[in-house]
Design a protein around this ligand. Structure first.
Ligand SMILES: *Cc1c(COP(=O)(O)O)cnc(C)c1O
Length: 371
């Protein structure tokens, strides 16, 4: 309900055609076409289809040389996969807080973090930006700053396919970017991901590592530890059908966000997080300051749960996660505040008019009760 897969006859047609063609495992023409089509869509030269967005992040980090002894700057306000991928490489995540207006990496704090790490002679392997809930990070400020410190940028665009930053597509920033086609994302292959990069050598290396690092000889020679990270041809066919419908699905999510915006418009201390032109509107979080609004998002969540409507808090910041306790970072409290005062509303493009009417009626009822 929060963000369910949006699957119809076109998807059935594409997957059946792939099955009937005999290209079931592992590679095939749909896989090649899916990579080409996404490279075209995002304006990036090379695309490697993988089994998940997390795999794409892992290979992107390896591709810029991140390894044991490095720290990688990661926004604390993200989904755990961002930080997990850093740990897979043997590097340490360094958590930096967010801009309270957007939830994305705070460029001022990033600058302070990079300066501090340089002072301590800590090797910084990469800055891993996240385009939170479908809104691109502030690349106008982040990219020049990282360039000044000579640190490569990796873009976690798992939530942001179809978004843009001043006309430039999400997935085209940094040395490499990761997309996700998990079941809850803006489009899905049931599970899958893509690495995007302008660098042919990085793409080749990722493709090689994703297929068990087999050297091209008949007996399979190995000089590296590889991974089994490739997407299958059948799932790529599903992805191609979804890509045909991406703009229509984004339009539905944006429309839903506009309707939520109208419900909460003019209320003191209440806003839609990251409400900006370039967003793909993957998920719509509402943020309410309980002092100013006179109600909390916890109360709103309880009201919606009673009406059998699924909501979810904003991601719990990584520095508060038990598994990352004690990791270094630079924090302002902004992510924690958003976690305490934000709520993700049902945002899926497969929501029907009747379901949307039910959700908006329940929100209106709550707001009338708290007016
Ligand atoms: C979903 C997500 C991922 C992981 O993608 P998977 O395809 O599920 O592995 C990584 N980063 C962020 C920010 C995500 O939302």
């Amino acid at each position: 309900m929060l963000s369910s897969p949006d699957i119809g006859p076109l998807e059935q047609e594409y997957v059946l055609a792939a099955l009937r063609s005999g290209w079931v495992a592992p590679i095939g023409p749909d896989l090649d076409a899916f990579e080409r089509e996404l490279a075209e869509r995002t304006g990036v030269a090379h695309a490697v289809a993988l089994s998940s967005g997390t795999a794409a992040l892992h290979l992107a980090l390896l591709g810029v040389g991140v390894g044991p002894g490095d720290v990688v700057v990661v926004p604390t306000l993200t989904f755990a996969a961002t930080a997990n991928a850093v740990v897979y490489t043997g590097a340490t995540p360094y958590f930096v807080d967010c801009d309270p207006a957007t939830g994305n990496l705070d460029p001022d704090l990033l600058g302070a973090a990079l300066a501090g790490l340089r002072r301590d002679s800590t090797p910084v392997g990469a800055v891993l930006t996240v385009d939170l809930f479908g809104l691109c990070a502030d690349y106008d400020r982040v990219l020049p700053m990282c360039e000044r410190y000579g640190v490569p940028v990796i873009e976690d665009a798992a939530e942001a396919l179809g978004a843009d930053h001043r006309g430039r597509p999400a997935g085209s920033f940094g040395q490499a970017a990761a997309l996700s086609f998990n079941g809850n994302k803006i489009m899905t292959t049931s599970g899958g991901g893509m690495l995007l990069t302008a660098h042919a050598a990085l793409a080749d290396r990722a493709r090689y590592l994703a297929t068990q690092a087999r050297l091209p000889v008949p007996h399979y020679e190995h000089t590296d530890i590889g991974y089994n990270y490739r997407l299958s041809n059948v799932l790529a066919a599903l992805g191609r059908a979804q890509l045909c419908r991406l703009d229509e699905m984004i339009a539905r999510r944006r429309d839903l966000r506009r309707r939520y915006g109208k419900l909460f418009a003019g209320l003191e201390g209440v806003r839609i997080l990251g409400d900006s032109d370039g967003t793909n509107a993957w998920l719509t979080p509402v943020v309410a300051d309980p002092e100013e609004a006179g109600w909390s998002t916890t109360e709103l969540a309880a009201h919606l749960t009673a009406a059998r409507i699924e909501t979810r808090p904003i991601w719990k910041p990584m520095h508060l996660q038990p598994v990352f306790a004690g990791r270094p970072g630079l924090l302002s409290g902004a992510a924690e505040r958003l976690f305490d005062t934000g709520l993700i509303l049902p945002s899926g493009s497969s929501l029907g008019e009747e379901q949307i009417a039910h959700v908006t009626a329940a929100i209106t009822e709550f707001l009338d009760d708290h007016a």
